[in-house]
Design a protein around this ligand. Structure first.
Ligand SMILES: *[C@@H]1O[C@H](CO)[C@@H](O)[C@H](O)[C@H]1NC(C)=O
Ligand SMILES: *[C@@H]1O[C@H](CO)[C@@H](O)[C@H](O)[C@H]1NC(C)=O
Ligand SMILES: *[C@@H]1O[C@H](CO)[C@@H](O)[C@H](O)[C@H]1NC(C)=O
Ligand SMILES: *[C@@H]1O[C@H](CO)[C@@H](O)[C@H](O)[C@H]1NC(C)=O
Length: 442
């Protein structure tokens, strides 16, 4: 039997006590935020929305595309990923199982972030191009993010082990310039809303997004939504969030459900009249995952399956013509364009026929006014900002970024409810009016 000399045992014991007490003092002094905020900025050339994730040691402000339905955060680990706190997820580890059933892989290049042996892998998904290239290592690293208390932005807090996926440089194709990946806000264990809620034990697993043509905001956790000049948004209309049982990602494991957010549109009206469409494809087909209506921030404009798009465009042109608004030649990618000559301008945009997305009942309606329906393409020409999603499109209606701008939308993942404000312009504010300035010193 061997025994350690007493001094070694003693110093090991001391070290243990020391590390125990330092972790206790860390826990006591560590600040528990109730909610977090991220800026969400529109990229003028791609029309994508981007956010900044402050990640790694030393900290890097990683600009990434904000992907509402994306499954996870993925970043390029091939180029310029340097961090002393990077840890790859070992096969069969807890991190690995949180990420779902994944492959265990080896890497036959020199070790670096993204290339380690016996680590679990998944497919990072560029949802703009719909491509996946190769599987990527699942890893954790530190992330810093601004907290918010009530409606007051507060100090920056740290999440020591945020789970993400390593992508490659060639997966960045067609993403906004300067971005190094995508931030997935989808319904998944490793989606950012879920990880943020878990990291700080938020009592409500929910988040909200307010996009605009400049810098908007995303809120995670319980927040009082307040925009300059002191306008509080608390009366959201709500509808159930639906789950598509078949994944809509480019690559997925058999049986995996979609991480995207679907809502139950039952009818589409223009100027109070129903557009004649095949209502069956407004429903999600549970066997194939086709159909339904989802919300997306990677589609700049709402896409409709061809038959819906054609009926919708004709109905809109008819209603506009009835108001003496004259049609002019189309400007790609849009179908119907008009002269601004006979069109009035209101607080909620051009005075054009109102579009209504009818939800679970006739009195639950998402109203879309000119500011969200018409896109200015020239001084005197505006176009209906909807595009053709193709025949038998996988998802029948994809509500896109332009239609979401200056609307506050909330995703309550605990109660499976989607809340929406309709345009904030009608309440004399907008999504650029969130004041990020903190009153507390860091
Ligand atoms: C992984 O293991 C293989 C086989 O032992 C070895 O050749 C390779 O260099 C290792 N890769 C890394 C990144 O350590
Ligand atoms: C949040 O603000 C309230 C009142 O403004 C204060 O009592 C509370 O301590 C703050 N909470 C945190 C976590 O800072
Ligand atoms: C449209 O124009 C016609 C003829 O100029 C006019 O009689 C009619 O009142 C106008 N309708 C609307 C809705 O402005
Ligand atoms: C934003 O908030 C800060 C801190 O409360 C305040 O000093 C500043 O005046 C606010 N900005 C505007 C435009 O109200």
């Amino acid at each position: 039997m061997t025994s350690f000399p007493t001094p070694i045992i003693f110093s090991v014991l001391l070290l243990f006590i020391f590390s125990l007490s330092s972790s206790i003092s860390f826990a006591l002094s560590s600040f528990q935020p109730k909610a977090l905020i991220l800026p969400v900025t529109k990229d003028k050339s791609t029309l994508q929305y981007t956010t900044v994730i402050n990640q790694r040691t030393p900290l890097v402000a990683a600009s990434v595309v904000f992907d509402l339905g994306g499954r996870d955060l993925w970043v390029d680990c091939e180029k310029n990923y340097v961090s002393t706190t990077y840890k790859s997820a070992r096969c069969n580890s807890a991190v690995c199982s949180r990420a779902g059933p994944r492959d265990c892989e080896q890497c036959f290049s020199p070790p670096r972030p993204g290339c380690n042996n016996n680590t679990c892998h998944t497919f990072p998904d560029n949802t703009v191009t719909g491509t996946i290239i190769t599987s990527g290592e699942i890893a954790v690293d530190v992330v810093s993010i601004q907290s918010i208390n009530g409606s007051n932005p507060g100090r920056v807090v740290k999440i020591p082990n945020l789970i993400f996926v390593c992508g490659s440089t060639n997966l960045l194709e067609r993403l906004a310039s300067g971005t190094v990946g995508m931030a997935g806000m989808g319904r998944h264990n490793i989606g950012l809303p879920s990880q943020f809620a878990t990291a700080f034990s938020f009592n409500r697993k929910k988040f909200a997004v307010c996009l605009t043509s400049g810098r908007g905001v995303a809120f995670f956790g319980d927040v009082t939504y307040k925009f300059l000049p002191g306008i509080q948004i608390s009366d959201l209309t709500t509808t159930p969030l639906l789950i598509n049982p078949v994944s809509t990602a480019s690559a997925y494991v058999q049986g995996e459900r979609s991480s995207e957010y679907f809502i139950g549109v039952t009818d589409i009206k223009i100027a109070d009249k129903s557009v004649p469409i095949n209502k069956a494809i407004l429903k999600i087909n549970g066997a194939t995952g086709y159909g339904g209506t989802k919300i997306s921030t990677v589609n700049p404009y709402t896409e409709m399956e061809t038959s819906i798009f054609n009926a919708f465009t004709s109905a809109f042109v008819r209603a506009a013509t009835a108001r003496n608004i004259s049609r002019v030649s189309s400007v790609a990618p849009f179908g119907a364009c008009f002269s601004t000559a006979n069109v009035g301008v209101t607080r909620v945009g051009y005075a054009v026929p109102e579009i209504q997305l009818v939800l679970q009942s006739n009195d639950v309606v998402w109203r879309v006014f000119g500011a969200n329906s018409m896109v200015s393409v020239r001084d005197d020409v505006i176009c209906l900002g909807f595009v053709d999603g193709g025949v038998n499109a996988r998802t029948s209606v994809v509500v896109g970024g332009y239609q979401l701008e200056d609307n506050l939308i909330e995703f309550d993942l605990a109660s499976n409810r989607f809340g929406f404000s309709s345009t904030l312009l009608g309440r004399r504010t907008n999504c650029a009016n969130f004041n990020f300035t903190s009153t507390v010193p860091n």
